[in-house]
Write a protein that binds this ligand. Structure first.
Ligand code: HEC
Length: 156
């Protein structure tokens, strides 16, 4: 009887451990997908600025909506233990740095700023010049500023 209980308990513990691992992979995939969408959307905006694509206000709104969606969801996608450093099965070219977890309040406040900036940009853009100013500001002060501290690119 006792052996049965402990066998059941250890199977349950293994299952629980697995489901935690799976949940963390989901969280990592979700946050990477949101960031990839940011990158894809920013490229569309950059192409309009370069003249590689015609200016399209509907696409601009879509881009800033994607930024706001990511900014709202990202803060909840870094639970303790969800690091995806090298060695992890979900390690990729890009990983969050340990500072995400040690400076979580600052990390999260940057997403709030990112959301506000994307919202303001959405209201301000009317043409290529205003797009250039707004996306330039976000690229430097939101994407770039955060990546410098909180994102690491794997070499090689
Ligand atoms: C407040 C911080 C923060 C902001 C703002 C931010 N990012 Fe990121 N970004 C990250 C972190 C952290 C990662 C690493 C994601 C991971 O693996 O968990 C990342 C990863 C990425 C990746 C790589 C995704 C992959 O794994 O292939 C791209 C592309 C990217 N960001 C684009 C952008 C763009 C474009 C913007 C602005 C429009 C932006 N990010 C704004 C923190 C941020």
């Amino acid at each position: 009887m006792i052996r049965t209980i402990s066998a059941v308990a250890s199977v349950a513990a293994i299952a629980l451990g697995l489901s935690v691992a799976i949940a963390q992979q989901d969280v990592i995939k979700t946050r990477k997908d949101l960031m990839k969408a940011n990158g894809d959307q920013a490229k569309i905006g950059a192409d309009m600025i370069k003249g590689a694509k015609p200016f399209d206000l509907a696409a601009v709104h879509k881009m800033f909506a994607a930024f706001q969606n990511a900014a709202q969801k990202m803060p909840d996608l870094y639970p303790a233990g969800s690091q995806n450093e090298s060695g992890s099965p979900v390690a990729d070219k890009f990983s969050p740095t340990d500072k995400v977890w040690s400076d979580m309040a600052d990390f999260k406040s940057r997403f709030a700023k990112f959301a506000n900036d994307a919202k303001a940009a959405d209201a301000s853009v009317k043409d290529v010049d205003t797009l250039k100013a707004a996306l330039g500001n976000i690229g430097k002060n939101d994407c770039g500023a955060c990546h410098r501290i909180y994102r690491v690119e794997k070499k090689g």
